[in-house]
Design a protein around this ligand. Structure first.
Ligand SMILES: Cc1cc2nc3c(=O)[nH]c(=O)nc-3n(C[C@H](O)[C@H](O)[C@H](O)COP(=O)(O)OP(=O)(O)OC[C@H]3O[C@@H](n4cnc5c(N)ncnc54)[C@H](O)[C@@H]3O)c2cc1C
Length: 301
């Protein structure tokens, strides 16, 4: 069942599903999915496979494509959803936040690790992190038959075809996107990859059609998110030509990696895609509310 058409005016606890509208952007459709399988890839990474007829019409955006995942609110078996999005798609997040606290489903952002349209299946790899928010906690116990909803996808990776080489930097949360990016590289691509992990057992075999690939797994200095991987990037003997760079992971890691590329290596800012995937000590909802508050204060000035 694909939920798409309902007035966005009044948030309700459990909006009635309605028929899909053909002219609605598929990225702004809520899709209800069911877990069909779950397995540990490493001690801190679990792959959850989702299935459902709602995957009809799911479009592919980019190798690092991501979706918003809605989890059931405590004690419920399925997530209540905000009113289906119509017209102005930019207001959907405010509408979501306006849902009553006791029904609003926790929502978090995740990469689509793989999508198999012919089987109506989609994989998401969840990091099981020590600060255990609703998504990580849900994923640790995910079981066949569990229900979520998702909205998306959108993607950011945009390497120009003539890039001499690519630099990919991230932490555990970026492993699914990095793996998907590597899989789609052409055979003649050149990439240097730096991934910071907390546990050496979280290394994965990242297969890739390109021959000139160097993947370095860097073990984090305990508690010092980003320091070890930044040191490794700074010390690396990188190709001399200008790269396309893709940076994702903890927000400070991303900020300092980008700063190094721009200030020390002279990389063109336009050749860098960077995304703070999470922020230490702040939940994704905290970060979203911070962003809205900042936007409101800028408008008020
Ligand atoms: C575009 C995009 C794609 C993403 N893709 C993935 C993906 O494929 N797989 C994935 O696992 N994550 C991915 N993330 C990151 C994920 O959305 C966040 O880690 C999210 O905060 C997890 O939600 P939570 O409910 O577990 O924790 P929250 O409730 O959001 O946070 C609770 C606490 O946990 C801390 N925390 C959150 N994430 C981590 C972490 N990874 N390591 C250590 N501490 C953490 C927070 O700082 C906070 O203190 C992606 C983020 C974005 C923006």
């Amino acid at each position: 069942m694909t939920v798409t058409a309902q007035s966005p005016a009044a948030p309700t606890a459990a909006p009635a599903p309605t028929a899909p509208a053909d002219d609605r952007p598929p990225q702004f459709t809520f899709r209800r999915l069911t877990v069909s399988a779950s397995r540990r890839l490493t001690p801190h990474l679990v792959r959850v496979t989702f299935t459902g007829d709602d995957l009809r019409g799911f479009v592919t955006a980019a190798p690092d494509q991501y979706v918003k995942v809605f989890f059931p609110h405590g004690g419920r078996s399925r997530p209540d959803l905000p009113p289906p999005i119509e017209g102005d798609t930019t207001s959907w997040y405010r509408t979501y936040l306006a849902m009553p606290d006791d029904v609003r489903p926790p929502m978090r952002t995740y990469t689509v690790r793989a999508f198999r349209p012919e089987r109506r299946e989609l994989d998401i790899d969840f990091v099981l992190h020590p600060d255990g928010g609703p998504a990580s906690t849900w994923a640790a116990g995910a079981d066949a038959g569990d229900e979520v909803a998702l909205m998306g996808p959108h993607g950011l990776y945009a390497a120009p075809e003539d890039s001499a080489w690519q630099l990919l930097v991230g932490d555990e949360s970026a492993v699914p996107a990095i793996a998907a990016i590597l899989e789609q590289l052409p055979a003649d691509a050149c990439a240097r990859v730096f991934i910071e992990i907390g546990d050496p057992a979280d290394r994965l075999d990242l297969s890739c059609p390109a021959a000139d690939i160097d993947v370095r797994w860097i073990v984090r200095n305990p508690g010092a998110y980003g320091d070890a991987v930044l040191d490794a990037v700074r010390a690396a003997d990188l190709p001399a030509a200008a790269p396309y760079a893709w940076l994702a992971g903890e927000a400070e890691l991303v900020k300092f990696a980008r700063r190094h590329l721009v200030r020390d290596l002279g990389v063109d800012k336009r050749a860098i895609t960077f995304t703070g995937y999470w922020r230490r000590g702040r939940s994704e909802e905290d970060v979203g509310r911070d962003g809205l508050a900042r936007a409101a204060s800028v408008q008020a000035d």
